[in-house]
Design a protein around this ligand. Structure first.
Ligand code: 5GP
Length: 132
């Protein structure tokens, strides 16, 4: 089972931002900026473009709903989206609230935030997500 499957089923703790029956969103443990979130399918699949069309479409719509919640919680110019998947072999979309293009540079140093800060960020996004 992938580390992200264990996160989605609660075996490994995470800072939950949003969920439904099919998808789960949680804070990236090494955030580029406050609010950097990962969105995953609960179903284990490595490569995003191996997903069947309708599942991929539902995945993107879920990511859109999470992005709207992120933008409400952390005002930004836009929420950027990136798919890399070079480190963890479980499909995931990075959602990053951007003030400028520089915020999407994955070579940037990552933020080091306390447990309390991470929890507060996730709760803010979750509240916005559940408002909708
Ligand atoms: P990628 O596979 O997209 O290249 O990178 C994987 C991303 O997942 C990285 O940004 C990394 O910080 C994040 N990540 C890796 N392991 C964990 C984990 O156990 N928990 C969380 N929340 N994020 C993780």
């Amino acid at each position: 089972m992938s580390i992200f499957s264990k996160i989605a089923n609660g075996e490994i703790p995470s800072y939950k931002c949003a969920e439904n029956e099919e998808f789960y969103a949680f804070l990236d443990i090494n955030p580029l900026v406050k609010g950097h979130t990962l969105v995953i399918p609960r179903r284990e699949v490595d490569y995003i473009f191996d997903m069947e069309d309708s599942e991929l479409a539902r995945f993107e719509v879920f990511a859109k709903q999470v992005a709207i919640a992120i933008k409400a919680a952390f005002p930004c110019v836009k929420v950027g989206q990136a798919v890399l998947g070079l480190e963890v072999p479980h499909a995931h979309i990075h959602l990053v609230p951007m003030q400028s293009e520089k915020d999407m540079n994955f070579a940037n140093p990552k933020l080091s935030l306390s447990t309390e800060e991470m929890q507060a960020i996730a709760s803010k996004i979750y509240q916005e997500f559940t408002k909708a």
